[in-house]
Design a protein around this ligand. Sequence first.
Ligand code: NDP
Length: 419
Amino acid sequence: MSKLLVIGCGGVASVAIQKCCQNSGTFTELCIASRTVSKCDALKEKLAGKTTTKITTAQVDADNVEELKALINGYKPDAVLNVALPYQDLTIMDACLACGVDYIDTANYEPENTDDPAWRALYEKRCKEEGFTAYFDYSWQWAYREKFREAGLTAILGSGFDPGVTSVFSAYALKHYFDEIHTIDILDCNGGDHGYAFATNFNPEINLREVSANGSYWEDGHWVETKPMEIHRTYDFPQVGEKDMYLLHHEEIESLAKNIPGVKRIRFFMTFGQSYLTHMKCLENVGMLSTSPVMFEGCEIVPIQFLKALLPDPATLGPRTKGKTNIGCIFTGIKDGKEKTIYIYNVCDHQECYQEVGSQAISYTTGVPAMIGAALVVNGAWKKPGVFNLEEMDPDPFMDLLNQYGLPWVVDEAPATVE
Ligand code: NDP
């Protein structure tokens, strides 16, 4: 029995909330709060009569700590699930600390305005010290460890699929299959087709920032940075087939490098079709991916936000997207003195997700683990003071709930590896 406050009501939130309502024994009451309250009301209406979870809605600007505190103090939830945008991570963590409430999110902090001089100075220092140039990193949220520990509160960072399930797969592999893990290749394959020449599967601004950035991987204790899309491989994905994939920087590399003892190399690959890459390059070349405001006919606009307004809303891709995703990790290492390789992955079908919750598989594969992370905190299994990435927690209850709530996984003990 618990009360959950969900912040955000976009593609991922919609799935997470519907999954909370399937798990109404754990989530007896739920408040959906977001910037646009009409979206929260529409989802509440869609769920009316289908769940015993008692749902309320609220309007909140999650950039504003005082508004968040008023909402949290008024509703008195056991935990806050942040499925708004990474820009709001720190304000929501501050409000949770002030109100004495646990915190769960799906993506690490990055600033909305990357031209802010104060942020920029710290960012440039970090680029030099750490050796990667992504706008997002865990330092901001890891800095809350002591505060959460002292307050006796739990913060779980990155409870989506990647990061999230991939982090739990890593902990599970270490617990049950290896004495030492030497390499991790995280493979994110979307074999789905929505029929548009160009669209993103989750928030376009966050997605395009991530994909157009330099790639990087972790090797022998340091970062190796590459040009965007410089490293290309093909892989024959179970139930999807052969796909081109490209090495990207990804946030879980940073935490896995710290939390998986003795790991020598961690890489992340994502599949992209040629049409996506050509469109993205063209948009980048003409400045449409810029986050810096420009003046247009007397009005200040941010190019990437304007582009977002033109692109299909990822939440509307559900009915059109056909095919499957396959996301998982290939681990190599040692067990009982012998070399071992395993591949743990999940295959998710876009149309099956749409039939169940009205969303495509990218929102589904993120929303289900968001609900599971929140469930494990409120039911006490993952309740401990501090700020944690998922690989730091016991993977077993999470793996069980993945099977139960629609993301069954497979362990292949003789997989093909990536060069
Ligand atoms: P959407 O853009 O669909 O939804 C974001 C929601 O947050 C919207 O409802 C939006 O409100 C709300 N929001 C934005 N700003 C504020 C604010 N200041 N105050 C209150 N509400 C706000 O995004 P997605 O659902 O696609 O993504 C949600 C999160 O999931 C992101 O952080 C994303 O990075 C993460 N993600 C994680 C993945 C993983 O595997 N770990 C994979 C995919 C996504 P409005 O409707 O008014 O715009």
